[in-house]
Write a protein that binds this ligand. Structure first.
Ligand SMILES: *Cc1c(COP(=O)(O)O)cnc(C)c1O
Length: 473
């Protein structure tokens, strides 16, 4: 397999198309034309090649699958070392854990054995090290600025703590994240980690981060970057566990389906990528909470904006799923100009539609279901009774949707478990009356020292602080 190049989802075709390397794509994140980068072609594996991956350890499998994506950016030994280091800190020796459930030929794929007990660690632990290696080699440094409502900040911080070429500034709304969420961020005392509590809301934090990006001289001076879910390296790292689970369940001789608690569509898009690479994925089931723009799309062929409703599963409280554009690009037969027009119209009018033929193609791969907050609590209780498992609210949404829309019985259905239940103790306790046991990683959190700076909701104060913090050396 030869090295692949990457193109933007909003570019035209022809000889003038920009074709980027993996290194360029990782360092850029979002494309300059507002699109997202996707591989020009997917590396495909024959049935025999997929069969030959059976029995590899998770890091070995990851390295094999990533080689064609990274191209010349790393030799196989360097890539293997980055992968090994990324997953060495996971609690489970197998990195992820597949468990059969005693109902309906369902399986649970636990993706939460990383440092912050959420699936984002699987991709971010790899991306942090990859970014650091690429920057170091280029003799460059970068600063990450991010805003968090509590859940994702710690995964980004853990991904880059102690990395030599990266500083991170993470904003959270003071007093509006849970104690556990705050401590998961503020007890990281690495010198390149800067936690900032803003006297304001999450929206204020997001506006401040955006304002830093929009001030171009400031952005260049600080070499600002982001590690959000549109970075292709995150998709690439997530493809691995789809292969891992399917191989354990008999692929390539037997198809497998997946049900994924979905927010930004990054996780489930990796399942789509695995299918494009040749893995026999029968069905990808999108599980939404009340913020159900994607479930409505699968029903009607229309993406229509609605306000965001806060739910028990906050990481799925999303108005527009940014990675969905990567799938739409294929649905538009990779016509970036047509997709750019549709996306601009979507932005202007709050709605966009696809044709009946396009919708039929989408439904050939994806199905979708939704669950409201009351249903989420019932699903946590049902799962406890039916399977003995305590599920976090995100996973519970997927569990219920998988049971509702199971499809063919002879195909195993894997429910992706995206967070440890101890991260959402209130929902679990309300649903079951039980407090989820505290994993070892969280046990000593309450007694560790914290470091955090409080700032007013004021862009000048934030910029002053960032100017005063010398680039970590
Ligand atoms: C981020 C997240 C999701 C949503 O994943 P996407 O890739 O954004 O679709 C689901 N569950 C948990 C616990 C998450 O942290």
């Amino acid at each position: 397999m030869s090295a692949i190049r990457y193109i933007s989802t909003r570019q035209g075709s022809g000889p003038s198309v920009e074709r980027l390397t993996f290194e360029e794509v990782v360092l850029a994140g979002l494309a300059r034309d507002g699109g997202l980068y996707v591989p020009e072609t997917w590396p495909t594996l024959s049935k025999a090649e997929i069969g030959a991956l059976r029995g590899l350890s998770y890091p070995e499998l990851a390295t094999r699958l990533m080689v064609p994506f990274v191209g010349d950016a790393f030799d196989a030994a360097t890539l293997g070392r980055l992968v090994g280091e990324a997953y060495a800190g996971f609690d489970d020796p197998g990195v992820v854990r597949l468990k059969p459930l005693p109902v309906g030929d369902l399986y649970l794929l636990e993706l939460f054995h990383g440092p912050t007990l959420a699936f984002k660690d699987v991709a971010l632990q790899f991306l942090g090290r990859t970014l650091d290696a690429l920057l170091t080699r280029a003799g460059r440094r970068a600063r990450i600025i991010g805003a968090t409502s509590g859940d994702t900040g710690s995964a980004a911080i853990e991904a880059v703590r102690d990395r030599k070429a990266i500083d991170i500034f993470m904003l959270h709304p003071e007093g509006r994240v849970s104690e556990v969420q705050r401590r998961q961020m503020t007890t990281v005392l690495a010198p390149n980690v800067h936690n900032i509590a803003i006297e304001g809301t999450f929206d204020d934090c997001q506006d401040l981060a955006k304002a830093c990006f929009n001030d171009l001289p400031f952005r260049d001076r600080h070499r600002l970057t982001a590690v959000n879910s549109i970075n292709f390296a995150r998709v690439m790292a997530q493809i691995v566990y789809y292969f891992h689970a399917a191989l354990s369940l008999g692929a390539p001789d037997r198809p497998v389906s997946f049900c994924v608690p979905t927010g930004n569509f990054g996780n489930i898009y990796a399942g789509y990528a695995a299918r494009a690479m040749g893995l026999p994925v029968e069905r990808l089931l999108i599980a939404s909470n009340s913020n159900d723009i994607l479930a409505r799309f699968i029903e009607s062929g229309e993406q229509r904006l609605a306000g965001v409703t806060p739910t028990w599963s906050p990481s799925m409280d999303i108005q527009v799923s940014s990675n969905f554009e990567r799938f739409l690009f294929d649905l538009f037969d990779r016509d970036g100009k047509a997709l750019a027009r549709a996306m601009h119209a979507f932005r202007a009018t709050g709605a966009m539609s696809v044709s009946a033929a396009q919708l039929a193609r989408a439904r050939a791969t994806f199905d979708a279901g939704r669950l409201d907050d009351a249903g989420t609590l019932s699903a946590i209780a049902d799962a406890r009774r039916e399977t003995g498992e305590l599920l976090d609210p995100h996973t519970a949404v997927a569990y219920a949707v998988a049971r509702q829309r199971r499809g063919a019985r002879d195909v195993p259905m894997v429910v992706l478990a995206t967070a440890h239940p101890a991260k959402f103790p209130d929902a679990v306790r309300t649903a079951t009356g039980e407090a989820p046991p505290l994993p070892a990683r969280l046990a000593d959190l309450a007694t560790k020292a914290e470091r955090c700076t409080t700032l007013p909701n004021d862009i000048a104060a934030l910029k002053r602080l960032m100017d005063e913090v010398a680039v970590f050396a």
